[in-house]
Write a protein that binds this ligand. Sequence first.
Ligand code: AMP
Ligand code: MG
Length: 293
Amino acid sequence: MGKKQGTSTSVRDALRVRPGGGIPHEPRDTPVGPKSKAQAAEGLAETGAELGRLQEALWVEGTFGGGDRSVLLVLQGMDTSGKGGTIEHVFGLLNPQGVRIASFKKPTPAEKRHDFLWRIRKQVPTAGLIGVFDRSHYEDVLVVRVDELVPPAQWEPRFDQINEFEAELAEAGTTVVKCFLNISADEQRERLLARLETPEKQWKHNPGDLDVRAKWTDYEQAYADVLDRCSTEDAPWYAIPADRKWYRNWSIARILLETLRDLDPQLPAPDYDVAAELKRLKENDPLLAGEAG
Ligand code: AMP
Ligand code: MG
């Protein structure tokens, strides 16, 4: 292997969406890091090992150490953009005990009776956890807007409501990281074809997905507004080039790694006398007492 894979360049800096700046790359670009699938696999394994250690520390800090910090990763993207694949490949590297995954579908009648953030608040990760949202409150300014499920006067104020909500989360100790999985229309076509032509993948298809695809440009506009209006200091959006699955997995893992490194979670110091416990076990093991005699 040649050059070290972009580990010195911050992936967050390279992929972050800046208000007014649009999406900083194309779906097939690889702006930082690995240039091939093999390099990405190597990088992901390395990242996974460190990510695993940091995640455990976060979990211990929040569960036993009295910490109140957590992380929330929001995944949004068009059908086939790889939300499920990201969960499988990136979260597969972590201890499931410390991860909570929530998928948001069409709201149920009960959910519809409440404010759009009601079902979301219930799934916010508690101390020590890394929460993953497979779709999220952003659907309420995406599909809801494109399909005109409510009038503009109702969805328009939601950008500000979302920013306030995410600022509250940050204030309460939840670091919010949002990834837009940016695939091209051509790549979506290939993936939809693959779904329909592969019996083991056919369950993923929903005939409505082709109707959503037909509204591609409406969704482009809706996503552009989401990225422009809701990429804040408290809760930035990252646009992930997602036509190549290996780049998508690698970059999201790196963004999580950089986030956890910043949090620098700490294992709590033991609240007992370690030396005394060791002495007890070595010199006075209750189970060995009989034999030693
Ligand atoms: P999937 O992620 O493929 O399981 O599909 C979930 C479906 O639920 C997608 O078509 C979403 O657009 C839809 N959905 C999620 N949240 C909402 C919402 N708040 N209002 C309407 N539809 C939604
Ligand atoms: Mg689907």
